[in-house]
Design a protein around this ligand. Structure first.
Ligand SMILES: C[S@@+](CC[C@H](N)C(=O)[O-])C[C@H]1O[C@@H](n2cnc3c(N)ncnc32)[C@H](O)[C@@H]1O
Length: 301
């Protein structure tokens, strides 16, 4: 088994000095330096030898080496060429790692196609359909990464991620709370979420200004399969929370402008017993799923 190095602050600072680089804050370069927490993240991800694992944000490769030991194959993506060079040395002895040096996102709504193709290729080579995301995510792109992964042609079994605490709280939020949002509904409509641990800034180097959290998101294929049109639901849900303080009737009139007459929207609302003066944030995930389905069927008529 290749060696797993414990990357302490002194190891990282001396290596960075040697290479002549510094952590770049615009890329969210806050490295997890608490080895117990790295192990907790890997344990929570429950990686198996018949699985391909995607890591977005290789950084110095400290989490990557731990995951490569557990997984069938690790596809790890890093935007920063300096970090990719650093990590490739750490990962040199691992035969089951593919390190890609580019931005994981093509744009806010889509992943870089080469990343998805590489995962598919490695799944075929391994003869598996199983794939997971496990990563200490760059905070500025954590939301699109988690959200988009439920919209790609390959569905992950789970996503175990370190993210900003506020974002974790938004994902697990309950109806009628300030954190409840389109993201909470989108994730909870097809996944079970567990907040594994809150992490203080000091477990990272350099320390960020905010607290973080390890979140484990388990995709539930049966629930996901019950959503007849994922893209329609994704758009419907987003438009529902676009003006979260407006009354439902007005929100729905705007959402279907040009596609349904106002009277038709009112009819669907009556059909679903939907109170026109309610607000989107008071509906449960199941109620929003049912609402979306009523409108989808109306549009299909
Ligand atoms: C929070 S650090 C995690 C590093 C390492 N995995 C760890 O656990 O300490 C996030 C890493 O993601 C990289 N990154 C930022 N944006 C990215 C993007 N859009 N695509 C790929 N990597 C990105 C950063 O350069 C940084 O190395």
């Amino acid at each position: 088994m290749p060696e797993i190095r414990n990357q302490t602050i002194s190891y990282l600072t001396s290596k960075f000095r040697e290479i002549g680089i510094r952590p770049v804050s615009k890329h969210g370069q806050n490295f997890l330096i608490d080895m117990n927490l790295l192990d907790l993240l890997v344990r929570s991800a429950d990686l198996q030898k018949d699985e391909v694992v995607l890591e977005i944000g290789t950084g110095t490769g400290t989490l990557s080496t731990r995951m490569a030991n557990e997984a069938g194959h690790l596809v790890t993506v890093e935007i920063d060429p300096h970090m990719a060079t650093f990590a490739s040395e750490e990962l040199d002895d691992f035969e089951n790692v593919t390190l890609l040096n580019f931005d994981a996102l093509k744009n806010k709504n889509n992943f870089r196609p080469e990343m998805i193709e590489t995962i598919q290729e490695k799944m075929t080579e391994l003869g598996t359909t199983k794939f997971k995301l496990a990563a200490n995510l760059p905070y500025n792109v954590a939301t699109p990464i988690i959200s988009n992964l439920l919209r790609t042609e390959i569905t992950p079994k789970s996503m175990t991620v370190t993210i900003q605490k506020e974002l974790a709280e938004r994902i697990v939020a309950e109806p009628s709370t300030k954190d409840y949002s389109a993201l909470s509904v989108w994730i909870q409509s097809q996944c079970k979420c567990e907040l594994v641990r809150i992490l203080p800034p000091r477990v990272f180097w350099p320390a960020p200004k905010v607290h973080s959290a390890i979140l484990h998101i388990e995709v539930e294929p049966e629930r996901r399969a019950q959503i007849p049109d994922l893209e329609f639901f994704h758009e419907f849900n987003r438009s529902l929370f676009f003006h979260r303080r407006k009354f439902l009737r007005s929100v729905l009139h705007s959402a279907f402008k040009g596609r349904l007459e106002k009277a038709e929207v009112d009819e669907v609302m009556q059909q679903g017993n939907l109170d026109p003066t309610s607000r989107s944030e008071c509906f449960t995930v199941d109620e929003i799923l049912a609402m979306s389905e009523l409108f989808r069927q109306r549009l299909a008529q």
